[in-house]
Design a protein around this ligand. Structure first.
Ligand code: GDP
Length: 360
């Protein structure tokens, strides 16, 4: 699937950069153009693979918006023509979808991404998706509250929102910075494979995934998730039936970008590996299992031929918002918002009616 990527904010820019680099290094050619947009100038300077655009210079002078996502929204609204101008020519006629990438807990990406998605929908005919990073459980309440509002608005504006939970794809005991590196790398490989899997591959049979299957899986809208797992494969495809079933299960149950999301409206299973090692029977059994597990009648499947001695399973779910994880997250975001409002109340007001007079 040919895509244009637009990163907003720090996390958005870094993830866009990684995805673009992975696609270029693998020679997939799925990423047609990449632009990173930010109100913080230093965050743009380290990017090599994505073009960059500074916004809000008149308001914040390249210093970013801190965690103020309302300011992030305002800046994107007032500079939207500049941003759309910068995209002109970068979203080529070849792009089959646009992905707006952002960390939902911060300011520029959290506030700016939903505005950008809204305007892209107006200008372009292709689907506009969001790729949103949810703050981990231990990130502060401002991040949770910001992400709650951003997610709510993205779900209204985007054709689908692929969510990556910052708690999902990192190792135990890593530093925050180290964890970001790991997560970004995993996002790049997994989402990068998903994009590439929809690319036509010469000389391979009919079970290859088509871009339209990715788009149809995301058609149900709402929250999308992506899972991945891989294992060493035997040379004979007949010996790999259990391997395919195991990696498909792991991809959904333990390798997913949003833990606990297993009920969905639609799903796509992509089995990646050497075509001679991929067992048709294993793929078909895994697809059936996925149908039962997700309670969805719309489970698509296909192969992604790659030179490798491993077999990998990618599981894309569409319409996966009925998950415990999302409910718990929205609860946390609402509680964080309530706590903020309590903090904002003027405590002195409680004494306003008191008969006592102030000293001065
Ligand atoms: P912005 O620049 O104002 O949009 O803010 P950030 O992009 O820094 O957004 C903050 C949120 O993104 C927080 O939830 C962070 O945990 C997360 N975040 C920041 N940098 C990264 C990163 O490199 N990778 C990932 N996965 N998350 C990040």
């Amino acid at each position: 699937m040919k895509v244009a990527l637009i990163g907003v904010g720090q996390a958005g820019g870094k993830v866009t950069e990684r995805l673009t680099r992975f696609d270029a290094e693998m020679g997939f050619g799925a990423v047609q153009g990449a632009l990173a947009i930010n109100s913080a100038e230093p965050d743009l300077e380290s990017l090599e693979f994505a073009d960059t655009e500074l916004i809000g210079a008149d308001r914040v002078n390249g210093h970013g918006v801190g965690g103020d996502n309302e300011l992030g929204t305002e800046i994107m609204q007032s500079d939207i023509e500049q941003v759309l101008g910068a995209l002109d020519g970068r979203v080529t006629s070849k792009a089959e979808a646009i992905f707006v990438v952002a960390g939902l807990g911060g300011g520029t990406g959290s506030g700016g991404a939903p505005v950008l998605v809204h305007h892209l929908q107006r200008v372009y005919d292709v689907p506009v998706y969001a790729l949103g990073v949810l703050p981990g459980r231990n990130e502060g309440s401002l991040y949770q509250a910001n992400a709650g509002r951003s997610l709510k608005t993205l779900l209204r504006e985007a054709d689908a929102t692929l969510l990556i939970d910052n708690d999902a794809w990192h190792e135990q005991g890593e530093s925050v910075e180290g964890a970001f590196e790991t997560i970004n790398e995993k996002i790049a490989r997994r989402v990068g494979l998903l994009f590439a899997s929809g690319e036509a591959v010469e000389g391979v049979g009919e079970s290859v995934v088509d871009s339209s299957e990715v788009i149809n899986t995301l058609r149900s809208g709402g929250v999308a998730t992506l899972g991945y797992a891989s294992a060493v494969a035997a040379e004979e495809s007949a010996e790999n039936i259990n391997t395919v079933m195991t990696v498909a299960r792991q991809a959904l149950l333990t390798g997913t970008s949003l833990p606990d999301a297993t009920t969905a409206d639609s799903a796509l299973l992509v089995v990646a590996g050497d075509p001679d090692r991929i067992p048709r029977k294993g793929v078909e059994k895994s697809r059936k299992w996925l149908e039962d597990e997700t309670e969805s009648m719309q489970v698509r499947g296909g192969d992604f031929p790659l030179e490798s001695d491993r077999l990998g399973a990618l599981v894309l779910l569409g319409g996966a918002e009925r998950s415990d994880r999302i409910e718990r997250f929205m609860e946390r975001a609402k509680e964080a918002k309530r706590a903020q409002e309590r903090d904002d109340t003027d405590h002195a007001e409680a004494f306003a009616d008191d008969r006592l007079e102030n000293l001065f």
